[in-house]
Write a protein that binds this ligand. Sequence first.
Ligand SMILES: [Zn+2]
Length: 93
Amino acid sequence: MQRLEHKAPGRVQKINPRHTSQTCNACKHVAGKSRESQALFLCVACGHRDNADVNAAKNMRDTAAGHAVTARGGLPSGGPVNREPQPDLPSAA
Ligand SMILES: [Zn+2]
């Protein structure tokens, strides 16, 4: 009996958990050495210190949010939004 995992294309986010665990959430510096221990993250670049799991979770959140913004082609926030002029909908005429 085969138990193959069916991967749904397009639904899997390409986020490497190891990568996020080695990325500083403060300065985005990636270094395996920043992973002080299983529980502690200490950035070798800026000295940012955080719970390793919390730091990784923040990176995953930021990455997911960044992808969503990039996919829409918009700015993260506060940027000018070019709205196409909406033609008047035919109301009760
Ligand atoms: Zn850092």
